[in-house]
Write a protein of this length. Structure first.
Length: 56
């Protein structure tokens, strides 16, 4: 199983591609990645801190 950060990044990219960056919430990403919100914030300060993932 991929590590939590990899699951967060992978799922974020899927949601950003499908829904757009602004229409994607952190809760959607962490629910699909099956991680706790604290895990998300361990790697990223906010959704905005993922510039490489801001694709549309």
């Amino acid at each position: 199983m991929p590590k939590p950060r990899e699951r967060i990044v992978s799922n974020a990219m899927v949601f950003f591609h499908r829904q757009g960056y602004n229409n994607t919430g952190i809760n959607q990403i962490i629910d699909e990645a099956n991680v706790f919100k604290a895990s998300f914030y361990q790697y990223f300060k906010s959704k905005n801190e993922q510039p490489a993932l801001q694709i549309e």
